[in-house]
Design a protein around this ligand. Structure first.
Ligand code: MF3
Ligand code: CO
Length: 309
């Protein structure tokens, strides 16, 4: 039996009970809602972090690549860059200015400038000029010119040296063929340069390729060792020698630089004390890279990875 007051009490406590549960339920609901919000936001956060992480990693990869490129500054990127800018109407001095500025922008120091008194950072040799042409404001590049560019720089204490020849615009097919053969001569030459081989194998490989084409191989100038100095031992001839030359060892760094004439091999030295020209005044081409001797194929230090240009 319940008395009114008991009943009241019961009802009252029942109400309390209900309210109690209602409170717990609403608390739980809030907690569940919170848990849901948290887990959804966690999920969103997780996805966001994941996506961001992906971006960071991608960015990191890109940066690593950029740093790799920057770290390999003694590379011919400078010559490739100039080759895109080569135009009739520019002067050989313009080319030198662009070259020097690019070298310095990349954190290098031009190593030709003031070398034995040489007055520029890039040698620009046009047509019959073989190498060491001195840039000037008076010499304008013309359509069809065969332009040889030679430049180098010091980076982190080490020298690099590289050269390329280009025919500007529409040129004589003879010149184009000469330029291509000179480049190929370089690659034939270095294919013979491996640890344990002999230095003069390089010149033999170049001569084996060039002689049947009827071109002249310049003998008055040669390639060279390179490292802490621009020109180091040994000399690297581009032609046949009687001796086998020194043994090549991995770790050696050489500048291999065939200079190939359309006509015969002979050259003259001009009165400016630098410019070398072909004696028959026919065009000449030059191709050079700084290479590292390894167990296998040499590494081309002056060429951006994978390129063959
Ligand atoms: N590649 C050229 C050579 O080995 C570099 C000449 S540097 C110069 O002869 F300053 F002499 F031009
Ligand atoms: Co050189």
């Amino acid at each position: 039996m319940t008395t009114g007051s008991e009943n009241e009490l019961f009802l009252y406590s029942g109400g309390k009970f209900e309210r109690y549960w209602a409170r717990i339920w609403s608390g739980t609901r809030t907690s569940l809602l919170l848990a849901l919000i948290v887990s959804v936001s966690d999920c969103v956060l997780g996805i966001t972090v994941g996506v961001l992480w992906g971006y960071v990693r991608k960015l990191n990869n890109i940066l690593t690549e950029v740093y790799n490129i920057l770290d390999n500054i003694p590379r011919t990127i400078i010559l490739i860059l100039i080759s895109y800018l080569l135009r009739p109407g520019m002067t050989t001095k313009d080319i030198d200015r662009i070259g020097e500025k690019t070298i310095r922008k990349l954190g290098g120091v031009p190593n030709f400038l003031h070398y034995n008194g040489y007055p520029a950072s890039v040698c620009v040799s046009v047509n019959e000029e073989v190498v060491h042409g001195i840039p000037t404001d008076k010499r304008f590049i013309e359509e069809g010119d065969l332009v040889s560019l030679d430049t180098g720089l010091i980076y982190k204490g080490y020298h690099s040296d590289a050269a390329r020849s280009y025919v500007v615009g529409q040129g004589d097919p003879e010149k184009v063929k000469l330029v291509e053969a000179t480049k190929e001569a370089f690659f034939r030459g270095i294919a013979a340069a491996t640890d344990g081989g002999h230095l003069h194998d390089i010149g033999i490989a170049i001569a084996d390729y060039i002689e049947p084409l009827g071109y002249g191989i310049v003998e008055d100038l040669v390639g060279h060792g390179i490292g802490r100095h621009l020109h180091e031992d040994p000399e690297v001839p581009n032609f046949r020698q009687r001796s086998r030359g020194i043994r090549l060892r991995k770790g050696m760094t050489l500048a291999v630089e065939p200079m190939i004439n359309l006509g015969n091999w002979q050259v003259d030295f001009m009165d400016d004390d630098w410019t070398v020209v072909t004696r028959d005044r026919k065009p000449s081409a030059h191709y050079e890279n700084t290479i590292l001797i390894t167990d296998g194929a040499p590494e081309i230090l002056s060429l951006p990875g994978g390129l063959r240009s």
